[in-house]
Structures are given as C-alpha cells and as structure tokens.
Design a protein around this ligand. Structure first.
Ligand code: UFG
Length: 341
C-alpha cells in the first residue's frame, strides 16, 4: 500500500507543487486547507497533471477539535508536511495577533495530534527570514538566527522552536525544517502556480502582471544597496525544485536516514541575484520588455541573502536544477494562462 502523507496548505502555491511531486513518487496525499488563500479548483489541476485527485478536507487547523477528528478519520497517516500558514509580511505587521494565532496554534494542534495518534514525521515550511540580514554570506544552517523583522518572520522562528522543544520532549517524533529562500515560477504544464490576491507584494507576480499590462510599471525598490548593481539580492528558487526537496525530506524521515531528530536545511540555489538581474533574465527568457522605474527602498527589506546549500546537497542528495531563465519563463507561461482563467 502507498504511504499516506498529510499536506496542510496543499492547495496553495508551494503546497500544490509538492502534492504533484509526492503523487508522482507514489505517495497517497490527503490535503487539509481552509481555502483562505487558494482555490478548490487546484485539486482538478493536480488531477490533470498526475491523473490522481488528492483527498481533500476543508477546515481550519486552529480548530483543535477538528484536527483531532481528522486524525481519527485518517488513522494511517505516516508523515505530515505543514505548509498552512498566513504569509504576508506587511499584513503581519498590522495584524500580529492573527499571525501568531494562526501560525502557532495550527502547528501546536498538529503536534498534539501527532503525539496522541503516534504519527512521527513532520516536515515544516520555514524560511530564510529566520536569518534576518546575515553578517556573513552565503548563509549556512549554522548561521545564527536573528531577531525577526516582522510578526510573520517571528512565527517561523517560534514554530522552529516549538518543533525543536516538542521533539526533545517526545523522542519518538522527528522533524525537518526546510528554510526556503525565494520560491518563484510555476509548473511546466502551467496548470498550477501562484495566485496572489489583489496587488502582489512579491517581485515576480508583480513583474509578470506588469508585463501582462495589468500594472503600469514595476517599481524596483532601491538601487543604492551595497551590491554590484545597487539593487537588492535574493536567492530565487524554482517552486518545482523546492517541491522536490520535500519529497526527499519525507523519504529521509520515513527511511530513518535522518541523523538527528530535528534537522534544518537551506533550500535555495546558492546564487545571489539582484532585482535588476531578474529583469534582464526575464527579458532574455521571454523576449518581453519589463517597464520599470527605480524608487526608494522598501521598509523592512534586507540588502542581500543567498544560501549555502551544501548541507542539503550532501545530506538530502538534492540540488536545484532549473536555471533562472527557465524559472522565469515558467512564471510568464503561468501568467499567460491565468489571464485566460
Ligand atoms: N521588489 C521590488 N519590487 C516589487 C517587489 C519586490 O523591487 O514590486 C524587490 C524587493 O525589494 C526585494 C526583492 O524584490 O529586494 C524580493 O522581494 P519579494 O517581496 O519577492 O520577496 P522578499 O525577499 O521580500 O520576501 C520573501 C518572502 C517572504 C520571506 C522572505 C524571507 O516573500 O515570505 O522572502 O527573506 F519572509
């Protein structure tokens, strides 16, 4: 029988791509999502890609009773990938309690049920935001975490600590926190991708909407950073490469290859890329022009971050495969597809 994996937030951007990769690797998936930031039609799209419609339960993971009932109903879950969370940095500044309540209580409810129902394996979606602006680049998993810049970022730090402390107290539990750098792009079929609500905050959806004529021009936030061309530097990773990292993390836990009960991995490409380089790469890959202007820095932005991925490369046997041009082309194909939706 196939192993059953619970994917919380499985209709979301990273979640849906991960469900596809899990199903392609022979896992049975059950998704829990409250659809607060995603659409139920994603299930049909996943079926179009993989031939299998994942099981789906719609409820809010902050509801402890519902979480308990879920684990009673699905008693053969072997591992959990926990994506479900609120993720807008700016919004979290105005609504800290909503962010702490949502992101912390859903994790705690899941971990309580893991203990009660003897589910041992957890993969958690963490973020490079836990490093803040690091003193030294690239960042390794040993780079000290810094005080978070936003309540959202702080929920990632606290969730990592909740997992660490709970695993310490219950040694039958095992966890892997994947610290994502900047996930972008979309599935090669253009059937799933990122669906931002309203005006996008993130660079790539804003850029593709600009090229599609939905926004007049892209604002490049700052050209006076201490970087080669003055614009800020990030490590942009194709969402399918990121999704594949979850499959190897699950396999590591299920086969007992983990070296510690609680492990952390940087999931990026290892390449630092500036905003202006993103524009150039997009134009090269798609043949489209990106209307843009330089404006002031965005409050709260860091100057530069990129990953040292050698630990993930060696320990997980995983490495990002896609080039930046391929990744940006996939984002553009997705934008063209959603224009028709
Ligand atoms: N940027 C622009 N113009 C825009 C949008 C973004 O120039 O319209 C720039 C930003 O200033 C930044 C870069 O593009 O330099 C990337 O910005 P994003 O908003 O796409 O991503 P961030 O690096 O700010 O944030 C991402 C995730 C967060 C996570 C953070 C961790 O979206 O969830 O990485 O560092 F917390």
């Amino acid at each position: 029988m196939n192993k059953q994996i619970l994917v919380t937030g499985g209709t979301g951007f990273i979640g849906s791509h991960t469900v596809v990769e899990l199903q392609n690797n022979g896992y049975d998936v059950v998704i829990v999502d409250n659809l607060s930031n995603s659409k139920v039609e994603v299930l049909d799209q996943i079926k179009e890609i993989t031939g299998i419609r994942p099981k789906f339960e719609q409820f809010d993971l902050t509801d402890k009773q519902k979480v308990k009932e879920f684990f009673k109903k699905y008693s053969d879950i072997e591992a959990i990938i926990h994506f479900a969370a609120s993720k807008a940095v700016g919004e979290s500044v105005g609504k800290p309690l909503m962010y702490y309540n949502n992101n912390l209580s859903s994790l705690m409810n899941i971990m309580e049920s893991m203990i009660d129902c003897e589910v041992s394996n957890l993969v958690f979606s963490s973020s490079c935001t836990v490093y803040g602006q690091p003193d030294k680049l690239p960042v390794t998993e040993q780079t000290p975490r810094k005080e978070a810049e936003s309540p959202y970022g702080n929920t990632k730090v606290i969730c990592e600590d909740i997992i660490r402390d709970t695993i310490k107290a219950y040694p039958s539990l095992k966890g892997i926190a994947l610290r994502y750098f900047n996930p972008i792009g979309a599935h090669a079929t253009a059937k799933i991708g990122e669906l931002p609500l309203g005006v996008p905050n993130n660079l790539i959806p804003f850029l593709t909407q600009t090229v599609a004529g939905i926004r007049p021009e892209l604002s490049v936030f700052g050209d006076d950073y201490n970087t080669e061309d003055g614009s800020a530097v990030r490590d942009y990773i194709h969402v399918v490469d990121l999704a594949k990292a979850h499959v190897v993390a699950i396999e590591r836990l299920l086969t007992g290859k983990n070296k510690r009960n609680c492990e952390y991995f940087n999931i990026g490409t290892g390449n630092g890329v500036s905003v202006l380089e993103i524009i150039k790469s997009f134009e090269r890959a798609t043949g489209e022009k990106v209307p843009h202007k330089i404006v002031a820095r965005r409050a709260g932005d860091i100057e530069k971050i990129y990953a040292d991925t050698s630990f993930a490369n060696e320990e997980l046997g995983w490495k990002a495969q896609s080039t930046l041009d391929e990744t940006l082309l996939s984002a553009w194909k997705w934008q063209l597809r959603i224009a028709k939706m």
